[in-house]
Design a protein around this ligand. Structure first.
Ligand SMILES: Nc1ncnc2c1ncn2[C@@H]1O[C@H](COP(=O)(O)OP(=O)(O)O)[C@@H](O)[C@H]1O
Ligand SMILES: [Mg+2]
Length: 317
């Protein structure tokens, strides 16, 4: 890389027009594009069947893409696969280490699989077990670890290759809240130490608690993308349509904090923060001689999506 190209401008993950059609004809991804910047903690949020695992599977080379491109820190996944793979670590959803091995051995053996010399592997294993608060469990049989400890061991194992990008596919689906919180703590520490993290989830609460940026995927398409804060601000707005008696005056009253516009001559379109008192709007309208006959809630695409998402997460929990 030339010195004039600052490293920070190369995304940790760059996905362009990614499509995947499985052999049975299911179009799991229909042209997905996204950038995840280095250092980010990024959520890929979506209901079951949205295409999250397909996307993660492609990025981690478990699934072949149909078309489009994927770059990991500027390294093309198709043309320079092994180089790209060396930059990332994957935590699968299911616990898949040998329950009859000790945590220390699990980590050292994993590193050996990636060609890391024994001495170095042992040093890393100690460091990772300490970070995962599992050092005192290094020599017990893994079977005896609690659920939360097993999940932290999965993360520690993925960290043995010192990935710059750590990817987790629904790491907390179906696990109880204690264990989830425990994992969140571990992931925050890893992110704070500089590793970029991408996490798929169908829990809005999880994305909200952990992530700075997110994309919402639904039926193979990204439907929303951006900073978590901006998305939450959007979700905090409520919209109404007010049907009024007679005709609207030429100038509408101004209500601080709310947006009031004429949808047509007999309908007002109102957006206001959820916490705001609706009576303030009615008082202002009344003072301006505008009488509200009836009102309805405006349907909000994002809102509907979230209702669906949270509805599904409750089912799954
Ligand atoms: N190996 C596969 N063969 C055929 N269809 C698949 C396969 N894996 C996933 N799908 C389908 O692709 C769509 C997306 O699935 P997936 O990526 O697993 O979604 P998510 O992880 O968001 O739940 C679903 O309709 C699913 O049934
Ligand atoms: Mg999945």
């Amino acid at each position: 890389m030339s010195p004039s190209t600052p490293e920070a401008t190369v995304p940790a993950l760059r996905v362009r027009d990614l499509r995947k059609t499985y052999d049975n004809g299911v179009q799991a991804l229909k042209g997905v594009s996204l950038d995840v910047m280095p250092g980010d903690f990024f959520a890929l949020l979506g209901p079951n069947g949205a295409g999250k695992s397909t996307l993660i599977g492609i990025v981690s080379s478990l699934v072949n893409l149909t078309s489009g491109s994927v770059e990991v820190f500027g390294t093309d996944l198709v043309t320079r696969r092994s180089e790209a793979m060396r930059l990332l670590g994957l935590v699968p959803q299911e616990i898949n280490f040998n329950l009859f091995e000790q945590p220390f051995e699990i980590l050292v053996n994993y590193a050996g699989f990636y060609g890391i010399p024994r001495e170095e592997a042992e040093a890393r294993a100690e460091a990772e077990l300490r970070r995962a608060h599992l050092w005192d469990k290094a020599r017990v049989m893994s079977r005896t670890l609690s659920g939360g400890m097993k999940r932290r061991l999965m993360i520690a194992r993925a960290m043995m290759t010192r990935p710059r990008l750590l990817i987790l596919d629904e790491p907390t689906a179906g696990v109880d809240i204690e264990i989830r919180r425990d994992m969140w703590r571990a992931l925050r520490e890893i992110n704070a130490a500089g590793t970029t993290i991408i996490l798929t989830t169908h829990y809005l609460e999880e994305a909200e608690s952990l992530c700075r940026n997110l994309a919402i995927i639904d039926r193979g398409t990204i439907v929303e993308q951006g900073p978590m804060r901006a998305l939450l601000a959007k979700l905090d707005v409520e919209g109404f349509l007010l049907d009024i008696d007679g005709q609207l005056p030429a100038t509408l009253p101004v209500v601080e904090g709310a947006t009031l516009v004429a949808a047509d001559r007999q309908t007002l379109d109102l957006d206001m923060p959820r916490a705001m008192d609706l009576n303030r709007v009615f008082a202002a309208l009344d003072a301006a001689g505008i009488r509200v006959r009836s009102m309805r809630t405006k349907s909000n695409r994002l809102e509907e999506l979230f209702v669906r998402l949270t509805g599904q997460s409750r089912e799954a929990a």
